[in-house]
Design a protein around this ligand. Sequence first.
Ligand SMILES: [Fe+2]
Ligand SMILES: [Fe+2]
Length: 508
Amino acid sequence: MTSATALRVLTVDDNSSLLRFLVSAFTASGCAVTAAPTAEEALDRIDADTFDLVVSDIKMPGLSGLDLLRAVKGKQPATPVVLITGAPSVNSAVFGLRHGAYDYLPKPFSIKEVQGLVERVRADRAKWNGQTPLPSGLAEELHRREAGVEMLLRLGDLALQGLEPQAFLEQTLRLASDSLRNDGGLLLLRDEQGHFTSAQTGAPAVVSELLGLLQLAFDRVVATGGREVLALTRPGHRLDVVAAAIPGVDRCIGVVCLARLAVNGGFLPDERDMLLGFAQTTSVALQKLVLRENLERHLVDTITAFVNAIESKDPYLKGHSARVALYAAEIASVMGLDDETIQVVSRGAMLHDLGKLSIMDTILRKPDRLTAEEFAIIKAHPVVGERILKPLRFLHREACCVRSHHERFDGSGYPDGLKGEDIPLLARIVTVADVFDAVTSNRPYRTALPVEAAREEIARGRGTHFDPQVADAFASIPLERLVEITRHYESLVSAPLRIGEGELARAS
Ligand SMILES: [Fe+2]
Ligand SMILES: [Fe+2]
């Protein structure tokens, strides 16, 4: 049965009985069928008419089904082409799909399969609603390319996230695995001393086979300098394994190696290209990572030195920030925070009064009572400090400590009057450390409280000035450790920094 909306199908096969079968199967599925015994004749038909579907055998005398496929894609790119083959294999199917075939029909096939195919083509046409649909093979290729580009972009982002090198490697490999659909992968980096760091993914059996293969081929892969992809297995092997070198500035810094089970199809040429792009982007990302680490460390050192230098000139500030950093780290560790967070809170504490250091000395050291205006300037120091750090995105958590270290748990602090857990936890930690150091240090108008009395003062502020959880953590730090910290700083005094006679605690 045919109708005005019947699919116009061109069937092509040199085998006359199969051609007859195709004609009857498609006709039975409600299509208007045109039959051609050769690809050449099919091309003539295509020149004269348009079709909604072309179904062609691959192996034919003269032009093959693949030649026909390419010709159809040149003339009527939106027309789906289905290839028939008598020797189905994943690779030949993939080959056809890569050249824009819509689907694959392995011999022998039944009328039911033909009906299924017709239904899919109809559904796709309905879905595209008159627009030119992308042939599914092309859609798949485009999708793959897009995924590849996205992978490379995300890889660039990873380098900026401040991950530890091991985590960076693992996430990098995961990205490659996700977009290149591997059954196993290995990423090896070699440092200047010849030590290896690695990340791996996939079943243990595949990974161990990869390791063995890579051991044998490592030098060969390195010799490519990252300009080409090497196959580490021969056709017919159960795994298709490809590897690329990760180039460095003056030497190869590693190798990335991916495996796919042969039954899942080998790596296609554009997937191999993607692996090269991946290796090169990893190289750039790693260089960024190293550069960024150095740059960040350098910046933090510079700012810390700046804080120390300014404080050391002032008898009331000397050593304050460094001690606050030690107390804060102690509290964070009692609270069970991880090492990285402890480092952040300690840096945040080191920088907490950065804004104060930019305030005119005349105000800070003024022996008389401050005017309301001068007091307002001092009270701006958390915001000023945060503003100084703001452009350094990698210090954004530290910048929060700086902004909020004068907030109070009951909401009566400044600059934002935040209350309770709205105050960042790390800032709540710095607050306790800051006040403790302020009261255990001499002020121009008051001598320092002994450590024990200062501890009681913190306990009194529990729930009003201080987060109870942080105050409790502080209370559980052994007294000797607190005393040790004040003295610890004293023992460093040969340096320009000596134990502080205390903070000019006016802003506390
Ligand atoms: Fe402060
Ligand atoms: Fe302070």
